[in-house]
Design a protein around this ligand. Structure first.
Ligand SMILES: [Zn+2]
Length: 223
């Protein structure tokens, strides 16, 4: 049965919820997370659709599946990439390559804050340090590809083959202080990043979920 495990609060009083679809008996945990960037609703849509299907309890998995559908509720309210402090939450991790500003071809220069300055980053770090995840799926948009960090090449290849998204091993621009670097490369947790295509409306988001669903079910070993 789907249960709410945590209900954190960000610096602006917005809830950040973590749910779990447990497997008995299992100590093997996996994590699905979306909406690091407030202006990317596609991943959250997919995880909420998955949650509503999990509520019907029709699948089993050997994993405890932890789902965090929206890491950046303040950015979601503002519909901005950054959180309410203007910080890019996917550049805020205290990695060896941390850099206080980040630039990529798709957005203007945006602050990375100070390493782990944001409560959303601290929440994620506590989560990763506490739950010993076997694999992580992180959903972004709009590049329409699959990327991976850490020992996830086979997993990423399979995910890419199932959903038909192109697999790359680098996104093509620096991602200093990213979650993938911190959790995948530095902590060696197999981590896949899905970049969906850009949805113009809810109908597009439903199409994206339909495309990704078989790959997500396979990733979670849900049957
Ligand atoms: Zn993103």
């Amino acid at each position: 049965m789907l249960t709410k495990v945590k209900d954190w609060v960000d610096s602006f009083g917005n809830p950040i919820e973590l749910l779990c679809y447990p497997s008995y008996p299992s100590d093997d945990n996996i994590l699905l997370v979306a909406r690091f960037h407030g202006d990317e609703p596609e991943g959250e849509f997919c995880l909420r659709q998955l949650l509503s299907e999990l509520e019907q309890n029709k699948w089993q998995s050997p994993y405890n599946i932890y789902i965090l559908p929206c890491l950046n509720p303040s950015g979601k309210k503002l519909f901005t990439r950054a959180n309410g402090h203007g910080v890019d939450l996917n550049r805020n991790y205290p990695t060896e390559n941390f850099s206080s500003t980040c630039v990529n071809p798709h957005v203007k220069e945006i602050s990375s804050g100070q390493p782990a300055s944001e409560i959303e980053t601290q929440i994620m770090m506590d989560l990763i340090n506490g739950y010993n995840f076997k694999r992580i799926l992180s959903i972004h948009s709009d590049l329409h590809l699959i990327d991976y960090d850490g020992p996830a090449k086979e997993l990423a290849l399979k995910f890419s083959q199932i959903c038909g998204y192109r697999l790359v091993d680098e996104i093509g621009y620096p991602t200093n202080g990213s979650f993938g670097t911190w959790a995948g490369i530095e902590r060696k947790i197999p981590l896949i990043t899905v970049e969906t295509w850009h949805a113009e409306n809810e109908e597009d988001m439903a199409k994206i979920y339909a495309e990704l669903k078989p790959a997500i079910l396979d990733f979670c070993n849900l049957k």
